[in-house]
Design a protein around this ligand. Structure first.
Ligand code: M6R
Length: 615
């Protein structure tokens, strides 16, 4: 799981590659490297660490006037984060240069074979094996580089997104994908390549997303040539128009992307609802539903598959859909689902949820469900991503780019989409009385504005963070719709502050976790008025009697919980089904402030990457 970027053409490639890498750091950041070349010279620079360290290393170097550049930011799979394992990798002859995202599963067999044929290796990576395997085929079978690459890629098992360069043929790049994304930007002067389109947003609006098993030959003087890797057939690339712009991926004066993205939630949810929630007309309009309405009406079951935060959103979706539309829903970790031989029926609807659209386990779960004949309706943020293209139909969340590794606006926009789906299903199945449906539409419509007001209370959360940031453990409790919120709050804290945290259904506390509670244990309880209030009041009492530090998220005007809690955060009154929007926001702020107080790297927490494209 790495970020790759390249440019060939009239522009200076180095700034394009370096700025592009910076934007792709969400994909990994344990080492980075660039290779630049003109017709006579070439230069490679690699560092262990982030793109900032790479820039520094380059500033101490004489940099050539290049016409082609490629860069890589790595998240280690084969071989530890080390200089020799950083990309680009060069073939034994010194002619071929490769950057690679993905895993070559049969690399050990290929490596053994290459060693027998006299090849030597500097790194422990599967990528260095791949570039030499291509070279060996080119040499022994006397093929053009494109043909040799095609042959080699048919022999490797695994996943790849690659950019390949031949120093003897300096105006050309070869790119290919199987399982790891490749976006190609086109303009009159040249070609851009990225793991997504963010590296070239300011340069062009035209993009081609390669499909699995496609490769492309990029020569500035020629039209884009796309081929099928398996049969070599020429394909007609579909040129799409980019909608995101540069402002979307900058920090806009916020200290961290995560903080910016927390603040963006009201606007992001507005974008999610726009044109879909027609409040004045009292209906939901989902264009992709019209075509498939019958499928939803006939659905025996809905299975939601996802990972991490998206899985938590899926749990909220389960509660919403079962309650509003009375269709049974199962929520599965994609990584479990894909390997546990699940029973699937042709009237099942599978809803994969993913921000990035590149999560390997979710993608594999989709493929499995598709083979079993299920209808796949995706919920995804990144337009043109692998998951969005693998599904039969679906909805984009329209959250805009999410750069911080910790998902924030992705989660709330996912639950906005799931609310729309649940309400639309209720509308077509007539499972909710008309006035109830209208009230829900009205409430949903008001959520962005209410969230704006809630954001204004962030200082209170900052003060609470100061009281608990040195804790080593935290417990998060919630019931009903707020149980997934408790899980999400705990995940946020773990991933960016490295404090151990557990989310639990509040009533489960007495079946074990209560043993952990003492005067050093902060317990964050979501105790909103609608949704099992009396029950959760008893849970709060149980914590109080064990001297736990109670941080309660309560409905404005609450009295009972406030009397017992050490700290309170008030959120607006809402129907129980919509409390996740409001209860999540302070928990995101809480983890953010705690991480900052602990001096953690908020946007790029250790060991994590934004999209997990390996299993
Ligand atoms: O891109 P996806 O939504 O498929 O990603 C799934 C998880 O990897 C992701 O939600 C992860 O758990 C986040 N870092 C959580 O903040």
């Amino acid at each position: 799981m790495c970020g790759i970027v390249a440019y060939v053409g009239e522009k200076n490639p180095l700034p394009i590659v370096l700025d592009g890498l910076q934007r792709l750091e969400y994909r990994g950041y344990d080492s980075a490297g660039v290779f630049i070349s003109n017709r006579n010279e070439k230069q490679t620079t690699k560092v262990v660490g982030k793109v900032a360290a790479l820039r520094k290393a380059l500033s101490q170097k004489v940099v050539i006037n290049a016409t082609m550049g490629m860069g890589h930011t790595r998240w280690a799979t084969h071989g530890e984060p080390a200089y020799q394992n950083a990309h680009p990798h060069v073939s034994n002859s010194g002619n071929l240069v490769l950057i690679h995202n993905g895993i070559i599963e049969n690399y050990a067999i290929l490596k053994k074979e290459l060693i027998l044929r006299g090849y030597t290796f500097e790194s422990e990576t599967d990528s260095e094996v791949l570039v030499n395997w291509i070279e060996e085929i080119q040499k022994t079978e006397k093929l053009s580089l494109a043909k040799a690459t095609q042959v080699a890629l048919n022999q490797v098992i695994g996943a790849f997104g690659i950019v390949l360069y031949d120093i003897k043929n300096p105006d050309k790049l070869i790119v290919a994908r199987l399982g790891s994304p490749i976006a190609i930007g086109l303009d009159k002067d040249g070609y851009f390549v990225g793991s997504d389109a963010t590296p070239f947003l300011e340069h062009t609006r035209e993009v081609v997303y390669l499909e699995d098993n496609e490769m492309a030959i990029l020569q500035p003087s020629s039209p884009l040539e796309v081929l099928h890797i398996q049969n070599g057939k020429k394909l007609d690339p579909e040129i799409q128009q980019l909608k995101w712009n540069l402002e979307n991926i900058q920090k806009d004066g916020f200290e961290h992307f995560m903080l910016k993205e927390i603040h963006e939630q009201p606007a992001a949810i507005r974008d999610t609802l726009r044109g879909r929630l027609l409040n004045e007309e009292g209906k939901i309009q989902i264009s992709s539903f019209n075509e498939h309405q019958q499928k939803f009406l006939n659905a025996g079951r809905i299975i939601i598959v996802a990972c991490g935060t998206s899985w938590h959103a899926g749990l909220v979706g389960e509660y919403l859909i079962e309650s509003f539309a009375r269709i049974p829903v199962e929520v599965e970790y994609a990584s479990e689902f894909r390997y546990r031989e699940p029973i699937l029926y042709s009237d099942d609807i599978v809803i994969p949820i993913s921000q990035s659209g590149e999560t390997a386990d979710t993608l594999a779960a989709i493929k499995l469900a598709k083979q079993a004949g299920a209808f796949i309706y995706g919920v995804c943020n990144v337009v043109g991503s692998s998951i969005s293209r693998e599904t039969n139909s679906g909805m984009y969340t329209h959250a805009g780019p999410e750069i911080g590794v910790a998902s924030t606006k992705a989660f709330t926009t996912q639950i906005a989409v799931l609310s729309l789906i649940a309400l639309k299903l209720a509308e077509i199945k007539e499972t909710l009385p008309q006035h109830v449906l209208r009230n829900y539409l009205n409430e949903l419509d008001n959520i962005p504005e209410q969230l704006e007001q809630l954001i204004a209370q962030k200082k209170i959360v900052g003060k609470i963070a100061q009281q608990i940031y040195q804790s080593t453990n935290c417990l998060y409790l919630g019931r009903g719709y707020n149980f997934p919120v408790a899980l999400e709050g705990a995940l946020k804290l773990k991933e960016i502050s490295y404090i151990h945290a557990e989310g639990y259904p509040a009533a489960e506390m007495k079946h074990g976790p209560i043993a952990l509670i003492d005067e050093d244990m902060p317990v964050i309880v979501i105790a909103t008025r609608k949704g099992h209030y009396e029950k959760i009041v008893s849970n709060v009492q149980e914590i109080k009697s064990r001297k736990g530090i109670i941080i309660a998220i309560v409905t404005q005007g609450d009295v009972s919980v406030k009397e017992m809690a050490d700290y309170c955060i008030e959120i607006p009154e809402s129907s129980a089904c919509f409390t996740p929007f409001f209860a999540t926001l302070p928990l995101q702020f809480l983890s953010y402030y705690i991480a900052v107080l602990r001096g953690c790297n908020v946007d790029q927490p250790r060991n994590l990457a934004k999209s997990v494209t390996v299993e």
